[in-house]
Design a protein around this ligand. Structure first.
Ligand code: UGA
Length: 426
């Protein structure tokens, strides 16, 4: 099949590379010429394990192409997959201006039948609105089918996720595109879920909202464990062994961040409130998440009477390990609060050198702790778990290790004469 992927961001690039690898002829387009130039040379502007290699392989096989000529590509390709950004607005709603632009381009350039697939995460009702827009612009319904096909990739494991999906979701208005859609991904054994356009949109939001709910639940239980001096990891084992509960997304810590969970939760809440539906559970999920940083700072405040003027090292600045993405990173929110309190903040991250006012960024994990009163673990990179604690002890001025991801072995840390702090961790 010949597919034009619009948007060379995180989702667009991963999807384009995977579709090309399935054997389709893929053209990935983006307005940003500089980005297209570097992608054409096989240089990928984001860090995602394996992505650059996959892109180079398919460039070489002539299955994948990049172009900034959006109009020509939209005109030429029978299938258009939209993967443009839908950033959050202040009120939680999604900014759909890029989607709007693409629909206008399609409307002005469509000559023959096209399947238009929305991969971008869009609020309930958006795909119906896109259909309506095309009709209002005079495009015959015979000339196109809109399909809502949300993605469920996680940053850091995106290629694994796209090659091993647990489901494929397609929202359609009619049965007409279904035969073609079944050939799009090489995944015969996974469940195909066909639903309405809005049904598919809501599956995506419900998934991310449920994942966020699990995390806030874990964080609330960890708070309860903390006062009873019980180790949350024991509770975790008890929960995770029950298949009805499952073992994923129950790690307690600084809370959820990134470009998806917080944004999608806000958007779902916004959509519901526009329809006068109360979202008490989702409100609580967000409220718990919004108070996680304060919780950890309070914990630190109890161990150190005054944080002002203290030197604090924060390990990990991205929104989770395995990525270089800083968007809505709880670690950065924490760092900003520490700076505001008057702390001198040092940071170290295996992927990113943070550039932030009043923060010193290090390229060596052990140099970053020299003279520090506190070390905070803000993301769970493997290399942090394997740290040399005697080296750390000898370089730090103080002895507090605040494990804000519940990922460090407390006994090992204590054995080296350091003070281990965590929430719901003994
Ligand atoms: C999330 C979903 O997991 C994907 O299925 C979805 O496709 C994607 O959003 C999206 O909508 O595009 P992602 O944002 O890459 O993926 O990252 P997650 O692995 O979900 O982590 C999100 C946040 O939750 C991170 O800050 C992470 O540290 C935190 N988290 C995750 C926890 O605090 N505890 C956990 O047990 C798991």
């Amino acid at each position: 099949m010949r597919i034009c992927v619009v948007g060379a961001g995180y989702v667009g690039l991963t999807t384009a590379a995977a579709l090309a690898n399935f054997g389709h002829e893929v053209q990935c387009v983006d307005m940003e010429q500089a980005k297209i130039d570097s992608l054409t040379q096989g240089k990928v502007p984001i860090y995602e394990p394996g992505l650059e290699k996959l892109i180079r392989k398919n460039l070489k096989k002539d299955k994948l192409h990049f172009s900034s000529n959006v109009i020509e590509s939209i005109r030429d390709y029978p299938m258009i997959l939209i993967a443009v950004g839908t950033p959050s607005r202040e009120d939680g709603s999604s900014n759909l201006s890029y989607i709007n632009q693409v629909i206008n381009l399609i409307a002005s350039n469509i000559k023959d039948y096209k399947i238009i697939i929305t991969k971008s995460t869009v609020p309930a009702g958006t795909n119906e609105w896109m259909h309506q827009m095309l009709v209002e612009k005079g495009i015959e319904e015979d000339l196109f089918d809109i399909v809502s096909n949300p993605e469920f990739l996680r940053e850091g494991t995106a290629l694994w996720d796209i090659f091993h999906p647990n489901k494929l979701v397609f929202g359609t208005r009619t049965d007409r595109p279904i035969k073609v859609l079944k050939k799009l991904y090489e995944s015969e054994k996974v469940p195909y879920i066909f639903t309405s356009l809005t049904g598919a949109e809501l599956i995506k939001y419900a998934s991310n909202a449920f994942l966020a709910t699990k995390i806030s639940f874990a964080n609330e239980i960890a708070r309860i464990c903390d006062v009873y001096e019980v180790d949350y990891s024991d509770i975790y084992k008890g929960l995770a062994t029950d298949p009805r509960i499952g073992r994923y997304f129950l790690n307690a810590g600084l809370g959820f961040g990134g470009s998806c969970l917080p944004k999608d939760l806000s958007c779902l809440k916004h959509s519901a409130s526009k329809q006068n539906v109360e979202t008490k559970l989702l409100d609580a999920v967000m409220e718990i998440n919004d108070t996680q940083i304060e919780l950890y700072l309070n914990k630190l405040g109890k161990a150190l009477p005054s944080l002002e003027d203290k030197q604090i090292t924060v390990w990990g600045v991205t929104f989770k390990s395995g990525t270089d993405d800083l968007r809505s990173s709880p670690a950065i929110a924490l760092i900003k609060q520490l700076v505001q309190i008057g702390c001198r903040v040092h940071t170290y991250d295996p992927m990113v050198q943070l550039e932030l006012a009043d923060v010193s960024s290090y390229i060596n994990q052990y140099e970053s702790v020299i003279g520090s009163d506190v070390l905070i673990i803000a993301t769970e990179w493997d290399q942090f778990l394997k740290s040399d604690w005697s080296e750390i002890k000898s370089r730090m001025k103080g002895s507090i290790i605040l494990d804000a991801r519940n990922c460090i072995n407390a006994q090992t840390v204590r054995k080296h004469g350091l003070l281990y702090l965590g929430v719901g961790k003994r």
